[in-house]
Design a protein around this ligand. Structure first.
Ligand SMILES: O=C(CO)[C@@H](O)[C@H](O)COP(=O)(O)O
Length: 223
């Protein structure tokens, strides 16, 4: 059985104990650290940016998966790449020249990701698939952690998987928002490769175990 990649979302970490939580991620089965950047314009919330990325790079040994929920993301691609991002996701809805933006992300040595809001159809990616390494399907409206999973996005994962297979694209599918043990198995079954999990990891009594259980979600012992 294929195990998904797990990307705990820093947004749900305890910032009063950031080094402790990053150390926990280092010791866990997590594959990435998901880093949510919000600007108060593209989304109605402001999160964190470069000073926190510097701390993350210093104390976290996992690759950093940067999700830019910001308007005009081109302005910051070089800075996030130089800051140590492994993957940079820009929002489809925020990019006027998506092909150019994705090309720049790769030129900067990062993997190029495109995030889709829940209302944005996957079909719009068809003409830019060659420039994409990861598609990030938002399963909540972006801007806040701890929201409920939007059920329709499960079908969207399946539809995207069909599109990628038909196009012989090797892009990965990442799902973000309200992901936990209740839906992880179905999401992986539909085609998700990377599970982003904030509250279900950092809100768990045993975050290491929560990560392990998400990783094993395809095993028969998990309902
Ligand atoms: O991008 C976002 C929210 O906009 C996510 O990455 C959240 O941080 C996921 O948190 P949970 O829904 O898992 O609590």
């Amino acid at each position: 059985m294929t195990q998904p990649f797990i990307a705990p979302s820093l947004l749900a970490a305890d910032f009063a104990n950031l080094q402790r939580d990053l150390d926990l991620i280092n010791r866990s089965e997590a594959d990435y650290l998901h880093f949510d950047v919000m600007d108060g314009e593209f989304v109605p919330n402001i999160s964190f940016g470069f000073p926190i990325l510097e701390v993350v790079r210093k104390y976290c040994q996992k690759p950093v998966d940067v999700h830019l929920m910001i308007a005009q993301p081109d302005r910051y691609i070089d800075a996030f790449a130089d800051g140590g991002a492994s993957v940079i996701h820009v929002h489809y809805e925020a990019c006027t020249h998506l092909h150019r933006t994705l090309t720049r992300i790769r030129e900067m040595g990062c993997r190029a990701g495109v995030a889709l809001n829940p209302h944005t159809p996957v079909d719009g990616l068809e003409d830019v698939l060659e420039q994409i390494d990861v598609v990030l399907i938002m399963s909540v409206n972006p801007g806040f952690g701890g929201q409920s999973f939007i059920p329709h996005t499960l079908q969207k994962v399946a539809k995207l998987k069909q599109l990628l297979v038909a196009s012989r694209s090797s892009a990965l599918i990442e799902i973000d928002g309200g992901v936990g043990l209740t839906n992880a198995s179905a999401l992986v079954g539909a085609g998700a490769d990377i599970l982003v999990a904030g509250s279900s990891v950092f809100g768990a009594s045993d975050p290491m175990k929560a990560i392990q259980q998400l990783k094993d979600c395809q095993q028969p012992s998990i309902a």
